[in-house]
Design a protein around this ligand. Sequence first.
Ligand SMILES: Cc1cc2nc3c(=O)[nH]c(=O)nc-3n(C[C@H](O)[C@H](O)[C@H](O)COP(=O)(O)OP(=O)(O)OC[C@H]3O[C@@H](n4cnc5c(N)ncnc54)[C@H](O)[C@@H]3O)c2cc1C
Ligand SMILES: Cc1ccn(-c2ncnc3[nH]cnc23)c1
Length: 504
Amino acid sequence: CMVLKSRPCSSTAPSSLETLQVDGRFSFVQNEFAAKDFGNQFHFLPSAVLYPKSVSDIATTIRHVWQVGPGSELTIAARGVGHSIKGQAQAPQGIVINMKSMNGQGMRVHTGKFPYVDVSAGELWIDILQECLKFGLAPKSWTDYLHLTVGGTLSNAGISGQAFRHGPQISNVDQLEVVTGKGEVVICSEEQNADLFHGVLGGLGQFGIITRAKISLEPAPKMVKWIRVLYSDFDTFARDQELVISAENTFDYVEGLVLVNKTGLIHNWRSSFNPQDPVKASRFISDQRTLFCLELTKNFNPENADEIDQEIETLLSELNYITSTLFMSEVPYIEFLDRVHSAEIKLRSKGLWDLPHPWLNLLVPKSKIHKFAEVVFGNILRDTNNGPVLVYPMNKYRWNNKTSVVLPEEDIFYMVAFLPHAIPSSMQNDGLHYILSLNKRILDFCKTAQLGVKQYLPYYTTQEAWREHFGPQWEVFVRRKSAYDPLAILAPGQRIFHKAISTL
Ligand SMILES: Cc1cc2nc3c(=O)[nH]c(=O)nc-3n(C[C@H](O)[C@H](O)[C@H](O)COP(=O)(O)OP(=O)(O)OC[C@H]3O[C@@H](n4cnc5c(N)ncnc54)[C@H](O)[C@@H]3O)c2cc1C
Ligand SMILES: Cc1ccn(-c2ncnc3[nH]cnc23)c1
């Protein structure tokens, strides 16, 4: 198959951009925001930022780069809100397209038998939720944090505790409007231009820029029972998680947290969760132990509040958590879904948000999760505590295997998300260098032990490593790149078909 050569990024953008007619505008100065992302580790300045006001602005710009041809080495990156970790939304010396600039062109909620919302790809999921709730509707599948854009999460997958039942966000898309790397505006779906549709979903921005999306909706619950229980034994914890995601009648959200020597955990929880047995809970000693927290929710409406408690009691009776550690609260649906934003506000107030975030997100096959837990939680991470560690299983049959996402080969696989923040100057175990070395130890262990682990929000620096990541899907990925972005103009920050400036 044809493999595109790694395309160096341009050192100078042709000044012709300044004369290019667009409805929006180009900015050639003060574009530092576009060289920053949530990971705070890579800072590649673009030569220009496009603030588009129409799809044709994006098509015109891509066609301009296309016409200038391969000699320009000019690249283009769509940017949602830059919540990537390793520069994936950056375009070194290229053009960054600020997708939020397209917002305000109307979110249209379509009610009826198969409701959906038609949105610009730069919209934030929190804004989509607020609009849909006006109609008593909501998207079915989420991310833990809603201040992310549709285009950004659909270019990855969009995963949270609802994915075991509804699949990731990319399993809940009815239609996309995409501008390809040749400047063609294409409407695609399962029925129309399906190859481009499947390629773009989880396609890491490689095949086209998503400009609009139709997202499937369901009736929105008003309230959520938010439950947390603790385990001291990982195998019991994992068995219960797998029981819950396999049952017909079950919870609506399943996630898990690894709590490594969390001091005062129960005390912290009291501020927002009510222990169902306060006396026993106060006696529970969490310090110096690695505990596993199963986090569940059950949606309900005030009119069926009475039976929901009984239903939850029945479901919980199947589980083997530490009895005294049942904590429950009830909150409005939007408060639960926007929970990480609440954490953001607290972290920002402590100056702990705008820091380097050396995150590592892994998808681990069910048959290997115990070995993984034993070595990673029991050994590699034993003395660290730099941020949340999430663990939860998903059902592969809820994912469409024609999309570009790379998954482990088993029917059930776990999301394991290491979400630390790093103290920039520190050389201790909270410093960036130390945490990156931990991530490398985890990845080296996975490779040596041949666990069949795949990265989510993947980051590799060589095409050989990308080829190994995609495995048998590499051929389709390259075919789609040649078909939809043959000059390899798009999303250079993913470094699949590009080398970033610093490595030239
Ligand atoms: C606090 C926090 C919590 C998170 N929680 C979750 C979670 O629970 N589950 C989960 O799945 N993810 C989670 N993420 C990761 C998130 O999905 C990624 O950061 C993703 O990149 C979305 O961010 P963004 O909208 O800023 O996109 P960006 O980071 O701006 O872009 C991401 C990639 O997609 C490309 N891109 C962006 N917009 C478009 C478009 N319209 N068309 C084509 N390509 C485009 C970019 O070029 C880039 O390569 C979290 C991130 C943060 C910061
Ligand atoms: C930066 C930050 C602070 C808290 N978080 C999170 N907490 C819990 N679940 C999450 N999922 C993604 N980010 C998460 C992320």
